[in-house]
Design a protein around this ligand. Structure first.
Ligand SMILES: Nc1ncnc2c1ncn2[C@@H]1O[C@H](COP(=O)(O)OP(=O)(O)OP(=O)(O)O)[C@@H](O)[C@H]1O
Length: 206
C-alpha cells in the first residue's frame, strides 16, 4: 500500500519552480532518502509533501492527517519540561506513549529538565521523540540528524527502522548515512528549467 504517491509534481519557492517532473511512491515499510546539493529543493519538496505549501503543478496523493513533519527547527516549548513537551504533543495527536518515546531517544534522565536548558543535540532528540507520540504513519523529516552525535544517530536510525517495520513510512532529507535499508532518490536531475512557468501573473502588479 502506498502511503505517498506523487504524480508529475512541480514544487516551487517564491513562485518559481524548483523541481519538476517528480513521480514516485512510498509504500508502507519504505524509507525514501532524498539527496541533492544545497539549494536543490529537498526542503521545498518535503514541505509540499507535508501540505505546508501547495504543489505548483501535478499532485501529491497522501492523506495530510497521516503525516508528521519535522523541520530544521525543533519546535519545542522552551518553558516546558521534556515530559511536558511530549505530553503537549501527545494531547494534540491523541495520547500516544510518552514513556516509549523517552526511552527510544535516551531522554529518561532528562525528563524534568526544561527544554530551553537542553543542549542542541538533546533538543534535537526531544524534537524527534515527538514523532513517536504523534502515532502518525508517514514521517517527513528535514535533516533530522543535525546536532546529533554518532550514538544519537544510531538511536534515530533504530527508531525509523522500528517505525517502518510497524507499517509506517518515512521520507528523509539527509546528507549522512543513517545505517538503514533505504531507497535513495537524488533530486538533482529534476531541477526545474528556467522556462517552466505555468502561473498566470500580471506584470503590472510586479
Ligand atoms: N522564500 C523563498 N523565495 C525564493 N526562493 C527561495 C525561498 N526559499 C528558498 N528559496 C530557494 O529555493 C531553492 C530550494 O531551496 P530548498 O531549501 O528547498 O533546498 P534544499 O535542497 O533543502 O537545500 P539544503 O540542502 O541547503 O537544505 C534554493 O535555491 C533557495 O535559495
Amino acid at each position: 500500500m502506498n502511503l505517498i504517491h506523487v504524480e508529475n509534481l512541480t514544487v516551487s519557492r517564491g513562485g518559481m519552480p524548483v523541481l519538476e517532473g517528480l513521480n514516485f511512491s512510498v509504500p508502507a515499510g519504505d524509507i525514501l532518502v532524498l539527496r541533492g546539493p544545497n539549494g536543490s529543493g529537498k526542503t521545498t519538496l518535503l514541505r509540499t509533501l507535508a501540505r505546508l505549501q501547495p504543489p505548483y503543478a501535478g499532485a501529491v496523493m497522501c492523506d495530510p492527517e497521516t503525516v508528521a513533519y519535522a523541520a530544521h527547527a525543533d519546535g519545542l516549548k522552551s518553558t516546558l519540561s521534556v515530559t511536558e513537551n511530549l505530553a503537549f504533543w501527545a494531547g494534540i495527536y491523541g495520547g500516544y506513549d510518552i514513556e516509549a518515546a523517552l526511552m527510544a531517544f535516551d531522554l529518561d534522565g532528562l525528563r524534568d529538565r526544561l527544554a530551553g536548558n537542553l543542549s542542541a543535540g538533546q533538543k534535537r532528540r526531544l524534537g524527534l521523540a515527538r514523532l513517536l507520540v504523534t502515532g502518525r504513519p508517514v514521517w517527513v523529516l528535514d535533516e533530522p540528524t543535525v546536532s546529533l552525535d554518532a550514538a544519537s544517530v544510531a538511536l534515530f536510525g533504530a527508531a525509523v527502522k522500528a517505525h517502518v517495520t510497524a507499517g509506517g513510512a518515512a521520507v528523509i532529507a539527509t546528507h549522512i548515512d543513517l545505517g538503514v535499508d533505504e531507497t535513495v532518490f537524488d533530486v538533482t536531475p529534476f531541477k526545474a528549467r528556467a522556462d517552466t512557468v505555468h502561473n498566470d501573473f500580471d506584470e503590472a502588479f510586479l
